[in-house]
Ligand binder design. Structure first.
Ligand code: SF4
Length: 302
C-alpha cells in the first residue's frame, strides 16, 4: 500500500448542480470541515508517513474560502504539497480572479485544477474558468484544466473516428450521471463488467475524506470513518481482499457484486461504474458504513 494523496472534499456544497457530478454536489448540500478537523487529519497524515500531497476540493472549495486557505496553510506547515480543484466560478474578471488567487500564491500551491468543459460551461473558451486560469498563469501558479466530454459528443466522435459506439470522454456513470445522462447511450451486457476501470484497491494511492468523516476510495465506497477510528489506524488495518465490497470489486469487478449477493439487475449497462453504482444502491442497507454517506447516493442531509 502506498497512500500518497489525501483529498479533502471540503464541502458537498457547490454553486452548480452538474448532470455528471458523482458527488451529487449542489447548492442544497451542506457542511464543511472545521479547522480542528483539518489539523487532526494532517496529524494522522504525518503518522501514516507516505502522504505527499493534500488536495482541497468539493463540491466547490472556494465557497469556504477562509477555511480552504487556512487548511492549505496548515498542510503546508506540516511539509505537505497542496492542491485545489475548482470550477472557477469566481472568475468574473481578470483583476478580480487575481485578487482571489493572491492569498493562495502567498501560501504556495503545487497544483490548481480548474474544470472547464461543456458539462460545466456553455462556452468553455469564454468561461469564468478561463479567466481564473489566465490569472493563475500571470501569477505563476501551476494551473491546468480538467476537461470532460459530453457523453453524446464522445459517442459521435467514436462513430466518426472508429466506426463503433464508445462512450468515453471521461464521464463515469455513477452519482447524478446515472439519473441525468444515461438516456439513449449504448450499453453492454452486465456480465461483461468484470473489472473496475479506475481504482487500484491494493495500492490505494489516494483517498477522499468528507466532513462527515467518511474515507472514500471511490465516491461512496468507504474504508471507514475517521471520526470513529483514527485515519492512520484505518489505513494501517486496510485489508482490501477481506472488504465486503472492495474485495469483490478486486476479484471480478462490479459483476461480481451482482453474482455474490445475487442482486436484481438490468440486462445491460453503459459502463462498469453504472453497474457498480446500481449494485451498491441495492447493497446500502446491508453495508451502511461501507456504502456511505447518503449524499453520495443522491440523498441530501436535511
Ligand atoms: S467500478 Fe465502482 S469502484 Fe470502480 S471506479 Fe467505477 S464506481 Fe468506482
Amino acid at each position: 500500500m502506498n497512500l500518497t494523496g489525501l483529498h479533502f472534499l471540503l464541502t458537498y456544497t457547490c454553486n452548480y448542480e452538474c448532470d455528471h457530478c458523482f458527488t451529487w454536489g449542489s447548492p442544497f448540500a451542506s457542511g464543511t470541515f472545521t479547522l480542528n478537523e483539518i489539523r487532526e487529519v494532517c496529524d494522522e497524515a504525518e503518522k501514516i508517513g507516505t502522504v505527499e500531497i493534500i488536495f482541497f476540493e468539493g463540491g466547490e472549495p472556494f465557497l469556504y474560502y477562509p477555511i480552504m486557505l487556512k487548511g492549505m496553510e496548515i498542510a503546508k506547515q506540516r511539509g505537505f504539497k497542496v492542491g485545489i480543484v475548482t470550477n472557477g466560478y469566481f472568475g468574473t474578471a481578470l483583476e478580480d480572479a487575481t485578487e482571489w488567487l493572491v492569498a493562495i500564491k502567498k501560501i504556495g500551491i503545487d497544483a490548481l485544477s480548474v474544470s472547464n468543459d461543456e458539462l460545466h460551461y456553455d462556452d468553455p473558451k469564454n468561461s469564468c474558468a478561463t479567466i481564473v486560469a489566465e490569472a493563475a498563469r500571470k501569477l505563476g501558479l501551476p494551473v491546468d484544466f480538467l476537461n470532460l466530454e459530453k457523453p453524446e459528443d464522445s459517442l459521435e466522435k467514436s462513430m466518426k473516428e472508429k466506426g463503433e459506439p464508445i462512450v468515453g470522454g471521461g464521464v463515469r456513470f455513477k452519482g447524478r450521471a446515472v439519473e441525468k445522462l444515461v438516456e439513449g447511450l449504448p450499453r453492454k451486457p452486465w456480465d461483461s463488467f468484470n473489472e473496475c476501470p479506475d481504482e487500484d484497491f491494493e495500492k490505494l494511492g489516494r483517498v477522499h475524506l468528507d466532513s462527515l468523516g467518511y474515507i472514500h476510495i471511490c465516491q461512496g465506497v468507504t474504508l471507514g470513518n475517521f471520526k470513529k477510528t483514527p485515519l492512520s489506524e484505518i489505513v494501517r488495518g486496510y485489508r482490501p481482499q477481506s472488504e465486503p465490497i472492495i474485495g469483490l470489486l478486486m476479484t471480478g469487478g462490479p459483476a461480481e457484486l451482482v453474482r455474490k449477493y445475487n442482486l436484481e439487475h438490468e440486462d445491460s449497462y453503459i459502463d462498469a461504474c453504472h453497474l457498480c453504482y446500481d449494485a451498491r444502491l441495492k447493497l446500502r442497507k446491508r453495508f451502511p458504513e461501507k456504502l456511505a454517506p447518503d449524499q453520495m447516493y443522491g440523498i441530501m442531509e436535511s
